[in-house]
Design a binder for this molecule. Sequence first.
Ligand code: ADP
Ligand code: MG
Length: 224
Amino acid sequence: MLVASQLTKSYQNGAHRLTVLRDVSFSVRAGDWIAIVGPSGSGKTTLLGLLAGLDTPSEGSVLLDGTDLGPLDEDARARIRGEKVGFIFQSFQLIPTLTAIENVQVPLELRGERDAVPRARLWLERVGLSDRTTHYPAQLSGGEQQRVAVARAFANSPRVLFADEPTGNLDSATGERIIDLLAELNREAGTTIVIVTHDLALAGRAGRIIRLSDGAVASDTETQ
Ligand code: ADP
Ligand code: MG
């Protein structure tokens, strides 16, 4: 489903070259659930952006469901993301002028889905927000905004779901509920899940844990 080959990402900063990912290689089979862990600044968010085609590597390649993202321009990458990828960002990235339900429903409508409204309602219900559907993001707590972002990503039925610290803003009970939803999606729809987390309970639910240290893979182990 996903093959990362010798991914390197560096930034030129005046005369100084900052390498934030070096020579990262691994592959993920369809239906797998992997967790990427590592200290703050170790390159986790950068790696997720490369894998999802949101960003391009300095060297190396990403194969997403058989497509090499390297030669694609921004429009072609956006198309592949729309077809196959769900992304839950660390900073939610909800649209402030849309209500909770509109944030979930509009991407579905843009894809021409006819049942966008009932599907958006169903997913908001599943993340526990049925009584917040007409709230705007500014009227929601951080945890509630995070759950809208989760509903939006799930409603799209992605082949691969990328999530950057999806329980970072949630209390442990709500976090648990989001983890259970991820597990359900993985089990029932066979969705491949790549998650970045500090939460050891969440990492432990994944079948495999890749540990980054200073931009490189320090370990890559199966959990069961
Ligand atoms: P993590 O998610 O593991 O905390 P990140 O991937 O966000 O780490 O960042 C890894 C390193 O890359 C950090 O040192 C960060 O400052 C640097 N970095 C990220 N984005 C940029 C950028 N656009 N320009 C320069 N440096 C960046
Ligand atoms: Mg990060």
